[in-house]
Write a protein that binds this ligand. Structure first.
Ligand code: 6MZ
Length: 352
């Protein structure tokens, strides 16, 4: 159990973030700055700005409804290549400040008529990543498909992602399927994901955020490279023994977002999070923030919560962060460099 200076330890611990949505990760500071940039150009009423500012201001005390309103506000503020660029750079800098050394940032490219195409959205993120001079972090991009937006939109997104991947193979690494888990059918999106996979992109799929055995079965049969959440697979959490065994046998690494699940109400509390079942089964897992802005968290905070909720020692946290490197979509050479860097930090510093 961590006690003294646990948050200092978790902040200093070099970390890997593999599940962060750009527009859900915008901090209060970035949202406020984007509002100031947009005010002179927009015909929003004063009342709209006041409501947005009040929701943003609520920070930690946001209600669940307000949390989801933040996605809408963030989307209204990132409608040009310049604002997508700023959003990306701000989020990267904040992860650096939190001790993250490897980041896979994901986002759903949007087509804004006459202003920005999906290809330009992706390019703005690539430019922002390339424009970072910080050598403390390695950043990759995953292109998200929103399961609410239909097959045609998904196909356009994959086309844009594949072109961008050929131009920037060291930055763009994968595709993600996300969006409201109660909308759309995963089966509609598996063919386009397969097309991306054939082109060389890795695949991560949001899985079982709500109970849906048929969908979990389809996703596991597709065998993505990683899975997000996997909340309702264990028999105690709305899944079944059969699905649970199938997940464990798949050995597919699972991205776990403790605070997001608790705040969304899909998990009752931290102690009852399915982390404990996967951790006990020695299944590959990685802690992640999901939407650090929306849910007012940070990756080091997620490590503190895991340590305190499941009585983890510092050595167990070290093992968790080291093994996360294996689940990244980085090249083998990059993984080896990261491992060496993490080991050096462990040996040379007081992060023990
Ligand atoms: C499913 C989520 C999500 O892509 O505009 N997103 N999808 N479950 C979640 N758990 C809470 N959190 C975020 O970032 C925002 C988008 O990411 C997806 C949703 O599609 C959301 O609109 P981007 O950068």
């Amino acid at each position: 159990m961590l006690e003294v200076n646990d948050s200092v330890f978790c902040k200093k611990l070099p970390k890997v973030e593999l599940h962060a949505h750009l527009n859900g990760s915008l901090s209060t500071k970035t949202l406020r700055e984007l509002i100031e940039l947009q005010k002179p150009l927009s015909d929003n009423s004063d009342a709209t700005w006041n409501i947005w500012e009040a929701i943003i201001e609520h920070g930690q005390k946001r209600t669940l409804e307000e949390c989801f309103q933040i996605f809408g506000i963030a989307h209204s503020l990132t409608t040009t290549p310049a604002t997508v660029y700023k959003a990306t750079q701000d989020v990267i800098k904040e992860f650096v400040d939190d001790g993250v050394r490897y980041l896979e940032l994901r986002s759903t490219p949007r087509n804004v008529p006459q202003i920005m195409s999906k290809a330009q959205y992706i390019q703005a993120m690539v430019d922002a990543i390339q424009g970072m001079t910080d050598d403390q972090i390695l950043v990759k991009l995953m292109v998200s498909i929103d399961r609410r937006q239909g097959k045609e939109s998904a196909s356009e997104t994959v086309d844009a992602a594949v072109v961008a991947y050929h131009q920037n193979p060291k930055i763009i690494v994968g595709l993600d399927l996300s969006g409201d888990p109660t909308k759309g059918l995963v089966s509609d999106y598996l063919p386009v994901l397969a097309r991306g996979r054939n082109a060389g992109l890795k695949i991560s799929i949001h899985c079982a955020e709500v109970p849906n055995s048929d969908e979990v079965e389809e996703i596991l049969n597709f065998h993505p490279d990683r899975l997000g959440h996997c909340t309702c697979i264990h028999p105690l959490h709305g899944g079944s023994q059969e699905l649970w065994i199938k997940l464990l046998h798949s050995h597919i690494p699972v991205e776990l977002c403790l605070t997001s699940n608790v705040k969304c109400g899909t998990v009752e509390n931290y102690k009852k999070h399915h982390f404990i079942h996967l951790f006990t089964a020695k299944h590959p897992i990685v802690l992640a923030t999901d939407d650090k802005g929306v849910f007012a968290t940070s990756l080091s905070e997620e490590y503190v919560l895991a340590a305190n909720s499941y009585d983890l020692s510092k050595e167990q946290l070290w093992k968790m962060t080291m093994s996360s490197i294996d689940y990244t979509f980085a090249s083998e050479e990059e993984k080896n460099r990261l491992k060496q860097m993490f080991m050096q930090i462990k040996e040379l510093s007081d992060v023990q």
